[in-house]
Design a protein around this ligand. Sequence first.
Ligand code: A3P
Length: 299
Amino acid sequence: LSLGETIVRPELFEVEGVAVIKPIASIWDQVWKFKARPDDVLIATYAKAGTTWTQEIVDMVQQNGDTEKCKRETTYKRHPFLEWFLPEPPSARYSGLELAEAMPSPRTIKTHLPAQLLPPSFWEQNCKIIYVARNAKDNLVSYYHFHRMNKGLPDPGTWEEFVEKFMTGKVLWGSWYDHVKGWWKAKDKHRILYLFYEDMKENPKQEIQKIAKFLEKDLSEEVLNKIVHNTSFEVMKENPMANYTKDFQGIMDHSVSPFMRKGTVADWKNHFTVAQNEKFDEDYKKKMSDTSLVFRAEL
Ligand code: A3P
């Protein structure tokens, strides 16, 4: 931030029953009217499901493993974050819509919107969409720490309070349960590659290959291995173009919790009490009883 600028955490505001921050709600008409182009690739996720990781993989695949090309800009600027709108403070202003509109094709765009709120032009243009989902408990833990370190998001409250808000969907981008189920359903009708964070962690090479195939890219074994290495948590954590240390300065405080925090599966075990876990599981069963979608919360 520039001298004298302060940041006030935004409040939530509902769009079609889904909570977003007020600035996004204020430009919702423009988001909804966004004009996708047929060669746009969309990376869609619930926040903290592994978006940045997937963005780095996709970029590396598109650049045929050229790490220098992938360092042309930060993740946040390489791939417009469709609905994100931060009008204030001036030095940190960001408009995903403006960035996307000004970007020459082919574009790769990021969104956290639930399927029912995706601008219809993405469906009309039959754009390729990569959706990544992460098990609820790890997603929740990651989201909690992210709220703590990021003043661009509402105050998370205590851990107990945040768990409650997550379970009732009273968090930014709404219900995790509706999000993963909605996109799971959408994949039967549209060009969607539905991936899981846990699979990517377990067998990155295999999942990267799926992405390459989906993007119709033929990669040599050497390039593939290079992508596996450069998109590992350890390497990305040290990559200033991918670890968010260059964007949101004064808004994200990595000393509270780094953006590249742990990058593991089952960290929820270090957060949930036994009672919390039981309550969460019981509620989870009800909310997920109407889907064939299955998650792994440990490897
Ligand atoms: P943790 O908070 O559990 O560490 P998003 O990009 O959607 O905001 O997701 C961020 C989460 O993905 C964070 O999870 C972050 O550490 C993790 N992550 C980022 N890059 C990763 C990588 N290369 N491998 C595994 N996890 C990664």
